[in-house]
Ligand binder design. Structure first.
Ligand code: F6P
Length: 466
């Protein structure tokens, strides 16, 4: 069934649709969008005849006809080439993204970017207002659409509106640098429920609201302009059953064995899987690895590092630079420590299907998740879900949302290279059996907070909002 002019009782809006359009020569196909949102929402969206997803196809141009793919009803929202530069690459990814990630690169503030951001947010709000049935529930996602709750509330006061921020909400001292800080807070307060990844994120948000609007906040209940909104921490999970199913799949296991052999059957495989982003700390872990090899604390005879870096936002400031730095370090480590036919770092700047990633998780003795800042980091959770024998070490940055839940990971400060090196060296010298209690505890956490439970918890709280 096509979405058509139908009205829907559940509407999701996100920058991207669950699928994006990819052209290979003359042939176009839909491939899953990057990130964890699709698997998180699949249980409440896919096959649900009352639900529609509004978003961008990944191709600049006017919105196309609604369509159905993989059980999702999709309603494309058009984003022009100019808006792509100003709204997506500009305000979303060169203003908000760095600011909300502790200003790891300096955020840029441009009025033309802000104008385009407002225009695209107005378009999303108008689209959702048109799609939503009377009294419908709407769930808006992430930093690209911070104004939509307020715009939608003004157009459709009958709706129940939830918003979830997938990235960190920064400390108030950082947030208040934003020239449009008040407009964005007003936008968010159009929602009945504002979900953040962590309790710290929820507290940061409430402090910013308090400072900017003077609104009364009791706990995380906010009274502003005659309306009540609530903020809350809802740490997102993964589709644990799907990942565990893949880890148990004989074809994936055979592929894992094949990859291990291709790598030279090393005693220890270290793995990193990230979007190629300056927040992820890829260069930090490469530097630590290089120093450990140089100091003879790890040996090329028995260690291999595999780094998957998914191409991302290559037109945005900071991304080309981190790519250069990472690739220069990979070359440096291999040039200095590799042996003929056997590089010590295997680096792929390509996105990989989930089956291939799970095959890699299966052979990774050590998983390196070392972001300088990250809202959650679902790769950490996917690794844990892929370890049915309860072995393996997760080296995890304290500055990820995941570190709040996976307390038995090897928690490190990525700014402290010595602590990272110590954790990597210790992990390489542990036997599988040593790693079991910590991994078992993490697996309990990942099994109990799945993507499905996350969505159910958020939506139940949203339905309970007065
Ligand atoms: O982490 C924030 C986020 O929007 C994710 O939801 C998504 O996985 C990722 O960034 C993808 O980024 P982009 O849409 O810019 O490719």
């Amino acid at each position: 069934m096509a979405a058509g002019k139908q009205k829907w009782s559940f509407v999701v809006a996100a920058n991207r649709l669950p699928v994006r359009r990819v052209w290979e020569g003359d042939t176009a196909q839909w491939v899953p969008s990057p990130g964890g949102l699709v698997s998180a929402l699949r249980p409440v969206m896919s096959g649900n005849p009352d639900a529609v997803w509004a978003g961008w196809t990944g191709v600049p141009g006017p919105g196309t006809e609604p369509f159905e793919v993989d059980g999702f009803q999709c309603h494309p929202v058009g984003v022009s080439q100019g808006e792509l530069q100003l709204f997506y690459e500009g305000f979303s990814n060169a203003t908000l993204w760095p600011l909300f990630h502790d200003a790891l690169v300096p955020p840029e503030y441009h009025r033309t970017w802000w104008d385009a951001y407002r225009t695209v947010n107005q378009r999303y709000a108008a689209t959702v207002a048109d799609l939503a049935a009377p009294g419908a529930t709407v769930w808006i996602h992430d930093y690209h659409l911070l104004l939509v709750p307020g715009l939608l509330r003004a157009a459709r006061p009958d709706l129940r509106i939830g918003f979830f921020l997938h990235i960190p909400f920064p400390a108030r001292e950082l947030y208040i640098r934003l020239p449009w800080r008040a407009e964005i807070i007003d936008g968010l307060l159009g929602a009945d429920l504002i979900g953040l990844q962590t309790p710290l994120g929820a507290d940061n948000f409430c402090r910013a609201v308090n400072r900017i609007t003077g609104a009364k906040t009791t706990g995380r209940v906010i009274q502003h302009n005659g309306r009540t909104s609530q903020a809350g921490a809802f740490p997102i999970g993964i589709d644990t059953d799907r990942i565990a199913g893949l880890a148990a799949d004989p074809a994936v296991q055979a592929r894992a064995a094949e990859i291990h052999e291709t790598l030279g059957s090393p005693r220890t495989v270290l793995l990193g899987v990230d979007r190629l982003d300056y927040t992820k700390g890829i260069e930090v872990r490469l530097r630590a690895f290089r120093e450990l090899l140089a100091e003879g604390r790890l040996s090329v005879d028995d260690c291999v590092l595999v780094q998957i870096a998914e191409p991302s936002r290559s037109q945005v400031t900071g991304y080309a630079e981190v790519r250069r730095e990472v690739e220069q370090m990979v070359g440096d480590v291999n040039g200095n420590f590799g042996v003929m036919g056997r590089p010590v770092v295997h680096y792929l700047h390509q996105s990989q299907p989930i089956e291939e990633l799970v095959a890699m998780y299966l052979i990774a003795d050590i998983m390196l998740v070392t972001p300088l800042r990250d809202g959650m980091n679902l790769v950490a959770k996917e690794y844990v879900a892929s370890r049915p024998d309860n072995t393996g070490v997760l080296v995890l940055s304290e500055f990820t949302g995941a570190a709040q839940e996976l307390r038995t990971a090897e928690l490190i400060n990525p700014h402290d290279i010595e602590s990272l090196k110590t954790a990597m060296e210790a992990a390489a010298h542990r036997t599988g059996a040593d790693t079991v209690p910590a991994m078992r505890a993490m697996r309990r956490v990942v099994r109990s907070n799945t993507a499905q439970r996350w969505a159910e918890r958020f939506l139940a709280r949203l339905e309970a909002c007065e």
